[in-house]
Design a protein around this ligand. Structure first.
Ligand SMILES: Cc1cc2nc3c(=O)[nH]c(=O)nc-3n(C[C@H](O)[C@H](O)[C@H](O)COP(=O)(O)OP(=O)(O)OC[C@H]3O[C@@H](n4cnc5c(N)ncnc54)[C@H](O)[C@@H]3O)c2cc1C
Length: 311
């Protein structure tokens, strides 16, 4: 029930307006969001790089409502790619097509993405298209396959979500295309018509898709904090004698930092997804919905810090 309430709240802009300037809410967000500015996010990336962890920066924006906002978002990403390069950081970027104007027009979105991908190619780096709710899956994959990937095969990749029934077929298509895929479980509230309602089925589908991608795919990103699944990956790559540079693990900023460090120590590649920006609210609410216990976890930390300072 709490999960559904948090997912519902993630779609309420009026609630965000209310909490945006609230210091306590910002402290809450800080555990999962690297800050509101590019400077803060780049500092977080430097700290990760020092621990042997690469990053993918996400400028939180979600849906834009007019062309000027979409073009501005594109320019912000281009500047971000330049800053990563100037600072010599080991990071790529993740973008949402709705932040690049997809809801306004496909042509606008493609035009903004060409700008971002031209710069990514110039810097020999990579742009991941995050996957949003199932209302966007087909459109995102079509634009990727028909418009973006043919023009920038080295610089752009997709995300597939194991909670969707269609994903096994999309994994096979990605293998034929030889494109790069991030595999995750999926973070949106989806109806049983398109997604497995049972967690056990989502997890089993993740393992099947992971095995296909690790064996036949092009450098898959295995995005999960699920220790059981991570054990399955380790077992599978050992059995198949797949070297550690053929795939990478990916986790979210602030989530299971112990596991991130441990995997790096064991010699696996790890990339952390680092979100930042002023529009942190829907992102934060999705993270809390994944693990409602986080609400109490973060509240406890804030209380400890506040109590500690007063002493
Ligand atoms: C790098 C990365 C990129 C992603 N990109 C997308 C995307 O483009 N589209 C999309 O729909 N989803 C995306 N996700 C989110 C993903 O779909 C899941 O919602 C999220 O990763 C939780 O699933 P899990 O695999 O960790 O497994 P779960 O079964 O949800 O969790 C397993 C365990 O991980 C820990 N855990 C999981 N989430 C949290 C949390 N928020 N806080 C603390 N502990 C937690 C808990 O210990 C939990 O028991 C991404 C996730 C990652 C890691």
């Amino acid at each position: 029930m709490l999960r559904n309430a948090l997912l519902y709240l993630s779609n309420q802009p009026t609630v965000f307006k209310f909490v945006r300037n609230n210091g306590l809410a910002k402290k809450f967000a800080r555990r999962f969001v690297a800050g509101e500015t590019a400077e803060e996010a780049l500092d977080a990336v430097r700290a990760l790089n020092e621990q042997g962890i690469t990053a993918s920066l996400d400028l939180l924006g979600e849906s834009v409502t007019n062309e000027a906002e979409a073009r501005q978002a594109g320019r912000d990403y281009i500047r971000l790619l330049d800053l990563i390069r100037e600072r010599n950081l080991d990071a790529n970027v993740s973008v949402k097509l709705t932040a690049m104007g997809l809801d306004i027009s496909e042509e606008l979105c493609i035009s903004v993405m060409h700008g971002v991908l031209d710069r990514a190619r110039q810097h020999h780096t990579f742009v991941r298209l995050d996957m949003e709710s199932s209302a966007y899956t087909e459109k995102t994959l079509q634009l990727f396959e028909q418009r973006l990937y043919p023009a920038y095969p080295e610089n752009v990749g997709i995300v597939l979500q194991s909670y969707l029934y269609r994903t096994a077929a999309d994994v096979e298509r990605s293998i034929q295309l030889k494109c790069r895929v991030r595999l995750c479980k999926g973070a949106y509230k989806e109806p049983p018509a398109v997604a497995y309602p049972e967690k056990a089925d989502v997890d089993a589908n993740y393992v099947r898709c992971m095995q296909e991608l690790v064996r036949h795919g092009n450098y898959p990103g295995l995005a999960t904090h699920d220790e059981r699944i991570i054990r399955e990956v380790k077992k599978f790559v050992a059995e198949q004698k797949i070297p550690a540079d053929r795939y990478e693990f990916q986790m979210l900023y602030g989530v299971r930092r112990d596991l991130q460090e441990q995997l790096v120590k064991e010699g696996y590649r790890m990339r952390v997804y680092v979100p930042f920006g002023t529009q942190w609210y829907p992102y934060l609410m999705r993270r809390l919905a994944e693990r409602p216990a986080n609400v109490w976890f973060i509240a406890g930390n804030i209380l400890k810090e506040t109590f500690g300072r007063r002493r």
